[in-house]
Design a protein around this ligand. Sequence first.
Ligand SMILES: Cc1cc2nc3c(=O)[nH]c(=O)nc-3n(C[C@H](O)[C@H](O)[C@H](O)COP(=O)(O)O)c2cc1C
Length: 168
Amino acid sequence: MIDPEIFLKFLKSRRSIRNFQEKPISDKEIDMILEAGRWAPSANNRQPWKFIVIKNKEILKAISKIARYGKFIEQSPVVIAIVGKKKVSSKWYLQDTSLVSMNMMLMAWSLNIGTCWIGNLNREKAKEILKVSKDDFLLTILPFGYIKGEIPQPTNRKDLDKIKREIV
Ligand SMILES: Cc1cc2nc3c(=O)[nH]c(=O)nc-3n(C[C@H](O)[C@H](O)[C@H](O)COP(=O)(O)O)c2cc1C
């Protein structure tokens, strides 16, 4: 098992990255990221997900146009779309795919690869572009790339005493 102090330091060090180098990411690293996603927990172990790996520049350009706060997607050498299969787990696909995304983001960080959750996205248009079935939910698309420039300063977190309540 990993040293907990080191693990916490690692978790705290992760930042959303919005500036990427053009340098491609190797298939081995992409596979590591996918593998981390694949090992996420899911309700009843239903694994209600599909992953789409996109490297095509035209597609990335088209998606960046419909992501209000994600114009930087275009710079990314590879994007992974995380799709929730509602029919496989209609109650838990959101939770399950969110866990996938966190696993992928952390694996990327361990590889010195940056990423950022894209929330503000015209999902219906993105689904059309990516040929995702109408029945499925496009959780997010994660752009991955080697970090360009400085790693951003740590973002704030609410103090623990403000968010914690104990019942003893
Ligand atoms: C559900 C969700 C949606 C987000 N959507 C966007 C987005 O559309 N564009 C963006 O630049 N960042 C987006 N972010 C990244 C957050 O802004 C970022 O995680 C937050 O400011 C904390 O910074 P950190 O990730 O560096 O710790 C999103 C994050 C989450 C969890």
